[in-house]
Design a protein around this ligand. Structure first.
Ligand SMILES: [Zn+2]
Length: 482
């Protein structure tokens, strides 16, 4: 039998507020354990939470960016469970009246066979909650250490409808969602630091059926690749269970990315196991018209509209526009370089080609490069003016800009990289190349004109990439035909 998979996602994103959701402790990642804590986030008796206004604004911002309805009145609820990293023995979250409901995300993706498709995933809700602390289990399981720095960091949980039908679609959804949350300025979405984590709810059913099967949940996937692989593996696992005549058990599973398989953690609790009830220590959240308008006005341009604008205003291909707008730091660099007078297509080529490669290889950040967008514009213009060749610009000059933050004009002068278009110099080089390669030159004269490419390569090599190609090629031909 042929099965189809049905996936819904729950995405947790840590909000990038400066302080925690109910106290003024810092949210900074990577500090010494238990240094960002206070009586409130350690749940000392007698303490009371005070809701961080910015956390509410960022949750609403995420909702607006995803086309959700914003509730005029929302409540915080207690989700009760015992775990050592949750000192209150309840998490403050939202069940009954979340801040955001509804909404849709549309995105392009490539399916398994590489065909371009449009994904359309409905958002069920976005709610605000606090993160728990972190349990650090030692290697042998003999003891567990607790770090409460993360306890009380504000989170939003984005819950989708079960609209996703393939691992590729799930990966692309999270990728686009991450891009939107970054643009909207609500989360830095560093998956490797755990500030964006995804839970996958997956069930299977006979292809063509419209009933939902029993689902399993895989928690805390922290890379797009892990999401795609975990969904693939879970689909196969459930298919095998059914084909062997078994039944799917509703349970929570832990994905082991290194081993490429999942293990049962526990059978799934239902919402009523958590004995949710409204938190009596917190007032209802009222987002009135003025506040909502102010948040809406502050919403920056999102990647979808930016992409359409890049195609319309700069004449860039869809593909290029998609890559340049995938990350706010990249698009800001691009826009600034164009504003400084760089040709849009040429700037885009530099960024998408060599710059993104170097940034990836050296694990740099577009927001903190050693040179400015204005420097890139200068470099692009020097190529257009014929001062340097494109290969020298992308090679030696760009390298030096990355290496030392040196201005492009300074690199060109100091290293003597100006393109040579002077006829006498180029003619002399062409003659040298012909003299050094008499056999190849003869082949050219005998009509095998495609060896010109090899000879031009020699000219470029001899000029250390500085020969102006069109002029050099013309002179080379003249010399060969003498
Ligand atoms: Zn605190």
């Amino acid at each position: 039998m042929k099965y189809e998979m049905v996936i819904g996602l729950e995405i947790h994103a840590e909000l990038n507020t400066r302080t925690k959701i109910f106290c003024s402790c810092s949210t900074q990642f990577g500090a010494e354990p238990n240094t960002h804590v206070c009586p409130i986030c350690l749940a000392m008796p007698g303490t009371l939470p005070v809701l961080n206004r910015q956390a509410v604004e960022k949750c609403v911002t995420a909702g607006l960016a995803l086309g959700c309805d914003i509730a005029p009145e929302a409540h915080m609820d207690r989700k009760n469970y015992f775990y050592p990293d949750l000192p209150k023995a309840y998490q403050i979250s939202q069940l009954f009246r979340p801040l955001c409901t509804g909404g849709t995300l549309e995105f392009e993706y490539e399916d398994e066979s590489g065909q371009a498709r449009i994904g359309r995933v409905r958002i069920n809700r976005i709610h605000l909650e606090e993160d728990a602390g972190k349990s650090i289990h030692d290697l042998y399981g003999a003891s567990t250490l607790l770090d409460f720095n993360r306890g009380g960091v504000p989170l939003i949980e984005i819950v989708t409808e079960p609209d996703i039908r393939s691992p590729e679609e799930a990966g692309a959804f999270v990728d686009r969602l991450r891009s939107i949350l970054r643009y909207a300025g609500v989360s830095d979405c560093q998956m490797q630091e755990g500030s964006l984590r995804a839970d996958i709810n997956l069930s299977i059913r006979p292809a063509g059926s419209d009933t939902l099967g029993t689902r399993t949940e895989m928690k805390n996937l922290n890379s797009i690749r892990a999401i795609v692989r975990a969904a693939q593996a879970e689909f196969l696992r459930q298919t095998e269970v059914l084909e062997d005549g078994g039944v799917i058990v509703q349970e929570t599973r832990r994905w082991d990315d290194a081993k490429g398989r999942s293990l049962r953690m526990r059978t799934k609790e239902e919402a009523n196991d958590y004995r949710y009830f409204p938190d009596p220590d917190l007032l209802p959240i009222r987002v009135d018209g003025d506040w909502l308008r102010a948040i809406r006005d502050a919403l920056p341009e999102l990647p979808g509209s930016k992409r359409r604008r890049y195609v319309a205003d700069y004449g860039l291909p869809e593909y290029d526009a998609g890559i340049l707008t995938s990350d706010p730091a990249i698009s800001a660099f691009f826009e600034d370089a164009v504003a400084c007078g760089g040709d849009a297509k040429a700037v885009s080529n530099f960024i998408m080609g060599d710059m993104m490669r170097i940034v990836r290889e050296r694990e740099l950040d577009f927001a903190a490069l050693p040179f400015s967008p204005a420097d890139l514009a200068t470099l692009v213009n020097r190529v257009a003016e014929g001062v340097v060749s494109i290969s020298v610009a992308k090679g030696a000059v760009l390298n030096q800009m990355f290496e030392a933050g040196e201005r492009p004009d300074a690199v060109i002068e100091r290293m003597g990289l100006r393109q040579v278009s002077d006829e006498d110099t180029l003619r002399a080089i062409a003659r040298d190349v012909i003299r050094d390669n008499p056999g190849v030159a003869q082949e050219y004269r005998d009509g095998k004109t495609k060896v010109l490419g090899f000879l031009m390569g020699q000219v470029m090599k001899k000029s250390r990439g500085k020969a102006q190609p069109a002029a050099a090629s013309q002179l080379l031909k003249e010399e060969l035909e003498k």
